[in-house]
Design a protein around this ligand. Sequence first.
Ligand code: FMN
Length: 406
Amino acid sequence: MAREVRAQGFEVNVEKPVPPMFQPLRLRGMTVANRVVVSPMDQYSAVDGLPTDWHLVHLGSRAMGGAGLIFTEMTCVSADARITHGCTGLYNDAQEAAWKRTVDFVHANSAAKFCLQIGHAGRKGGTRLMWEGMDEPLEDGGWPIISASPLPYLPHSRVPREMTRADMDAVVADFVQAAKRGARAGFDMLELHCAHGYLLASFISPLTNVRTDEYGGALENRMRFPLEVFRALRKVWPDEKPMSVRISATDWKEGGLSGEDSVAVARMFAEAGCDLIDVSTGQTVHDAEPLYGRMFQTPFADRIRNEAGLATMCVGAITSADQVNTIVAAGRADLVALARPHLVDPFFTLRAAAWYGVPATHCPPQYLAGRDQLFRNSMRDRADLTELRLKAKPKTHAPTWKQAAE
Ligand SMILES: Cc1cc2nc3c(=O)[nH]c(=O)nc-3n(C[C@H](O)[C@H](O)[C@H](O)COP(=O)(O)O)c2cc1C
């Protein structure tokens, strides 16, 4: 694939083009108005898997802030699939109704598309809320935990039971019923969580899968169960709606998954009907050694996009609109997800729209007066900055021979 921004049949105004971050993107029948995504973020605020008013307000306000696509947190496919007591689920009617309420709010009050992320915690299940000790086992033991192999996450974590074929059947059925509920609730897109060492990721990484049956060994075998789940979901998820998979593109650990493996993983999901790979990394084993830095996971999304030839979403330490524009313009990813920046600024996208002067960005009518002021002030700030730059500019660009010698 050419290293280019996917325009996919949209009219581009060449006289006055909008910045890359505000170009739309089409995935199957879904059009996302811009390239900014609110990354999935667990709020640890559910009660018995039931989303609460917190989720309505949190997700509702991020949708109103202008991002093209917003994600739910990892929504668990059964009570035993939860990471913590505070995780949301989608395995009973009350949860389905609560999610539908949030979906309806988002669709009624914003232009954002809404993706449901579903997952199973695997060996990281039965652990504490993030602010009480992430990945630390619950003192009362929580609930039974399963994984590809009976290996604990932390040395003092509980040992998960190695999944049997009967467990696999039950887990596939749980994923399928969650997807059906998600479709009924009206989500626009579905993401399968195969990252961060949770159940499906535990099959993919050789560090967490030491099985000797047909689900262990070579990458093709380790992918067998995650692909089985994906295919079962694709069958029940509406054809016109896209599906993505979140992967950990490297384990940041000797002997674990590498960027090269992740290209093969992406190809296998693409062949099964996946429209986009959401490229994260790590959290597979507790003693990994990630190389953190600005946009540190983007090279993995770049490689998958341009070697496997399918759309990618990058994420990780991306904090400015400038970075979003650069990533999209350079063809390194098709969507750019921000997690922590959105926790403290739901209006990241609307602010950027004001800065770049893109008035077409959706704003709820209740907030138009604030938006207009923001646009006016941003125009002034830009003008001031340009003036300052012009004043600071030296008269000539090239130094005289005398200056150069000094
Ligand atoms: C509070 C919090 C909760 C998170 N929960 C999830 C989750 O439910 N599912 C998931 O795939 N990633 C989750 N993540 C990871 C983020 O989606 C994202 O990949 C990560 O924070 C890196 O992006 P950032 O540098 O923009 O924060 C969470 C991150 C944070 C900060």
